[in-house]
Write a protein that binds this ligand. Structure first.
Ligand code: ADP
Ligand code: MG
Length: 686
C-alpha cells in the first residue's frame, strides 16, 4: 500500500484533532482506513416514476405545487403541513411534520423535488427532504445515489460523505492494486482504485455493482489466502509427530468389524491416518450426517495410534455420550487387548486415582470423558491422538494446556451436525476437512410427519402399534428455553400422561439432565436393553445416543427447536433395518417456523437441512453464537456470495501452493498484507 494513504486523517480538510478522536472510535485512523470505511447502504435520490414505486418505499419525485397548503396544529407545538403536488398528472399529497414555516414558500406553480416515504394507496408522501428547483442551487445529492455509513453520535453521515469525497479527490489515484494481475484479468474485476470510488459514489448502477463485486472478491480472497497461508506455514513448522502406525494390524482390525466400511468411511480413514503418519500436527475436521458412522472411524484412528505406541483420548460434551461412546469402543476394542477407561463425574475417588495412575503409566490406552478431561490433573505417558466433539470448540486454551504438559498430539474434531460448505470453509478454513457423505447401505430414510396438537390420540395409537411390533419409541418433551426447571416439569407431565396411557402394557422411562449420572446410566441401560419401551426425555438424548431398535421419535412443540437440533433428534431413529418414523407436533405461528417444519418433512439429508437452515437464518445465527469463529465481512456475504467464495478459495489455494508466491516480487503486496498479522511477521520474507 502506498505510504501516502497511510497518512493520518488529519491531513484532510476539516479534520482536526478532535474529529480524529471521533473517527478513531470507528477504527478510522489513516486516509486508507477512511477509504475502506465502506457504506452499508445507499440513499437513492434519483427521480423515480410514481407508477414504479412500491408502497412504503423511500423515493424521490419532481412535481408542481398545486392549490393552497394547509397547516394543522395538534398536541404541544406539533404541526402537520400538507399540500397537493402534481406529478405527471397524478396528484400526490405531500406531508411535512413541524415545518409549518414552509407554508409561505409553497406557492402554487413552483417546481419542487421531494424525497420521502411513499404511501401508494393514499398517494401520500411523508417528506424528509425537499428542494425548490427554481431557486435552490443544485446540491450534490440531487438526482444521485448517496452512501450511508455506520457512524457514532459525534459524526454525521453527511460529514463522512464529504471527507470521503475529499479523500477520493486528493488520494483516489494513489490507491494501489493488491490482487495479482492475472486474477483481475481472469475475473474481469474492476481495478481497486475504481472500485473504491464506485463503492462510495457509484457513477451508475452498473459501476456500483462492479465495485462491490470486486471488493467482495478481494475480501474473500484475502481471507482465504490468510487461512491457507496459516495452514501452509503451520505444516512447514509445526511440532507434530510422525506416528509409525502398523498398517497391516489396522487393516486386520477393520476386517474384524461386524460390517464393511462404506466407501466414504474408507476415504476419511485414509485421510486421517495420512495426517497421523506425517510429521505435521493433524488439525482435521470430520463431518458427516447423523448415522453416517463417525464413531467407527474414531475407533479406527484410536486403534491406529495405539499400534504406533501412543495413547488416545476421546472428549465429548455430555456424560451420557461419554458412557455411550465408552460402551461402543469397549465392544470394538477390548477384544483386541486394548485397555479403556472412562473418567466421569460418578467415579469414586479410588476409581479415579486408579485411572489417573493407569494413564500416567501407560497401562490404559484410551480414555473417554467430557471436555474437562485434559484440563484437570490428568497426565499421560504418551498421548498421540485427541478426538474431540466440536460442540465445544477445542480452542487455543486447550492446546496451551496440552503443550504445557509436553504433549503435541494429533487432533481430530468431529461435528455432530453437518455444516454447509460455505460456512465450513470460512469458520474452519484453517483445518483440513474430511466428509462422510454416504450412509451405510440398507438404511431406510426416516418418514417424517408434521402434525398439530389435536392429533395426540392418533399419535398415541400409532406409538402403540409400533411397540406392538417389538419396536421402541422416544418422546421428546416440550422445551422451554428460559428455564431448566420448567423443562423438567414438562418432561415429568408427559411421562405421567404416557405412563397412564400405557399402564400395564409398556414401561415408560424418564431421562433428563438433572438426574445424577448413575441414574442416567441406569435409565439408558434399561432403554438399550429393551426393558423400557418408551423413553420420555428432554434434549439430553440429542447427540450420539444409539439404540437401533427404536423406530419412533415424537417431538412435542417442535417449533421451539432449531433445525439442526430437530435433525439430530430425528437421527436417533432410523439406525436399524426397520422403517422408522419421526413425528413433529407443532403449531408454528411464524412463516419461518412453518418453513422449518416443511424442510424437515421434505428432506432427510443433513447437509440439505443445514443449507436451507443457513438460508433461513443467515450465517451469523447459524452456529447460535457470535463466537462461532465466523469472521465478520465488511462487504461479502458468505450466503449470497457463496460461488465467489468457492472461487476465491480455490484461487487462494492455487496461489499458496505455487513456490513463487513466497518470493515473487509481483506478490509482494499480498505478502505485506499477510505480514500485518503477527503470526507471519517472522515467517514470511518481504
Ligand atoms: P454417527 O456417530 O455418525 O451419527 P454412528 O457412528 O453412531 O453414527 O453409527 C450409526 C450406526 O451405524 C451404528 O449402529 C454403527 O454401528 C452403524 N454403522 C457404522 N458404520 C457402518 C457401516 N459401514 N455399515 C453398517 N453399519 C454401520
Ligand atoms: Mg502427525
Amino acid at each position: 500500500m502506498s505510504n501516502q494513504l497511510q497518512q493520518p486523517v488529519t491531513t484532510l480538510k476539516g479534520i482536526g484533532a478532535e474529529r480524529a478522536i471521533d473517527l478513531a472510535s470507528l477504527d478510522i485512523h489513516t486516509v486508507q482506513d477512511l477509504l475502506e470505511h465502506f457504506p452499508y447502504r445507499y440513499e437513492d435520490y434519483r427521480v423515480r416514476d410514481l407508477s414504479e414505486a412500491e408502497d412504503g418505499e423511500k423515493i424521490t419525485i419532481v412535481g408542481t405545487v398545486y392549490g393552497e397548503p394547509v397547516v394543522r396544529f395538534y398536541g404541544k407545538k406539533k404541526s402537520r403541513l400538507t399540500v397537493k403536488i402534481v406529478v405527471n398528472r397524478v396528484v400526490v399529497t405531500a406531508i411535512w411534520f413541524n415545518r409549518q414555516f414552509l407554508k409561505q414558500q409553497l406557492r402554487a406553480g413552483r417546481e419542487i423535488m421531494l424525497s420521502g416515504k411513499f404511501e401508494r394507496a393514499r398517494l401520500q408522501m411523508t417528506v424528509s427532504e425537499h428542494h425548490f428547483l427554481d431557486t435552490d442551487k443544485k446540491t450534490p445529492q440531487e438526482g444521485s445515489i448517496q452512501p450511508v455509513y455506520s457512524t457514532n453520535a459525534n459524526i454525521q453521515v453527511k460529514q463522512i460523505r464529504r471527507w470521503v469525497a475529499d479523500a477520493l479527490k486528493d488520494y483516489g489515484d494513489k490507491v494501489e492494486e493488491i490482487l495479482p494481475a492475472y486474477l483481475v484479468q481472469k475475473y474481469k474485476l474492476a481495478p481497486r482504485a475504481e472500485a473504491i470510488r464506485n463503492i462510495h459514489f457509484p457513477e451508475s448502477v452498473l459501476g456500483g455493482k462492479q465495485g462491490r463485486r470486486r471488493l467482495a472478491f478481494e475480501e474473500l480472497f484475502l481471507f482465504q489466502l490468510k487461512l491457507q497461508a496459516y495452514h501452509a506455514v503451520n505444516r512447514r513448522t509445526s511440532d507434530g509427530m510422525a506416528q509409525s502406525i502398523l498398517l497391516p494390524q489396522v487393516k486386520e482390525f477393520i476386517h474384524s468389524l461386524p460390517f464393511p466400511l462404506t466407501g466414504a468411511q474408507e476415504r476419511v480413514v485414509k485421510e486421517i491416518l495420512g495426517d497421523m503418519q506425517a510429521g505435521y500436527r493433524m488439525n482435521r475436521l470430520l463431518q458427516g450426517d447423523v448415522g453416517s458412522g463417525k464413531t467407527v472411524v474414531a475407533a479406527i484412528a484410536l486403534y491406529a495410534t495405539i499400534t504406533a505406541g501412543y495413547q488416545g483420548a476421546l472428549m465429548v460434551p455430555t456424560e451420557i455420550l461419554a458412557e455411550q461412546h465408552y460402551t461402543t469402543l469397549q465392544e470394538l476394542l477390548t477384544p483386541h487387548g486394548i485397555e479403556l477407561a472412562i473418567l466421569s463425574g460418578s467415579a469414586t475417588t479410588r476409581q479415579r486415582r486408579d485411572i489417573l495412575a493407569g494413564l500416567q503409566s501407560g497401562l490404559i490406552h484410551i480414555v473417554v470423558g467430557t471436555h474437562a478431561l485434559i484440563q484437570e490433573d490428568v497426565y499421560f505417558r504418551n498421548l498421540g491422538l485427541v478426538i474431540t466433539d466440536e460442540q465445544h470448540r477445542f480452542g487455543v486454551e486447550q492446546r496451551r494446556i496440552l503443550r504445557e504438559k509436553g504433549l503435541h498430539p494429533d487432533v481430530l474434531f468431529m461435528t455432530a451436525t453437518p455444516i454447509p460448505r460455505t460456512l465450513a470453509i470460512t469458520a474452519f478454513g484453517d483445518m483440513d476437512v474430511s466428509t462422510i457423505d454416504e450412509l451405510p447401505a440398507g438404511r431406510k430414510p426416516v418418514e417424517t410427519y408434521w402434525v398439530k396438537h389435536d392429533m395426540l390420540d392418533r399419535i398415541l395409537a400409532f406409538i402403540n402399534k409400533e411397540l406392538g411390533k417389538g419396536r421402541q419409541a422416544y418422546v421428546i418433551s416440550p422445551l422451554i428455553e428460559e428455564s431448566e426447571k420448567l423443562d423438567l416439569q414438562n418432561a415429568m407431565d408427559v411421562h405421567a400422561q404416557l405412563s397412564h396411557y400405557f399402564a400395564g402394557k409398556y414401561n415408560v422411562g424418564l431421562m433428563h439432565g438433572r438426574l445424577p449420572s448413575k441414574e442416567k446410566d441406569e435409565v439408558m441401560q434399561r432403554f438399550s436393553s429393551g426393558e423400557v419401551q418408551i423413553l420420555v426425555s428432554t434434549t439430553v438424548v440429542e447427540v450420539g445416543v444409539n439404540v437401533p431398535n427404536a423406530s419412533v421419535m415424537v417431538i412435542y412443540d417442535a417449533e421451539r427447536f432449531g433445525l439442526a437440533q430437530l435433525h439430530q433428534l430425528r437421527g436417533r431413529v432410523g439406525r436399524g433395518a426397520e422403517q422408522s418414523y419421526c413425528i413433529l407436533i407443532a403449531d408454528p405461528k411464524s412463516e419461518v417456523g412453518k418453513e422449518r417444519m416443511r424442510i424437515m418433512t421434505e428432506t432427510n439429508d443433513g447437509f440439505e437441512v443445514a443449507r436451507r437452515d443457513l438460508e433461513l437464518r443467515g450465517p451469523g445465527d447459524f452456529f447460535g453464537t457470535k463466537q462461532s469463529g465466523l469472521p465478520e465481512f465488511k462487504i461479502a456475504d458468505v450466503v449470497q456470495d457463496y460461488r465467489m467464495l468457492e472461487v476465491a478459495r480455490q484461487e487462494a489455494a492455487d496461489l499458496i501452493s505455487h513456490p513463487s508466491f513466497w518470493v515473487g516480487p509481483e506478490y509482494a503486496p499480498l505478502r505485506h498484507y499477510l505480514k500485518r498479522d503477527e503470526y507471519f511477521l517472522e515467517k514470511i520474507k518481504d
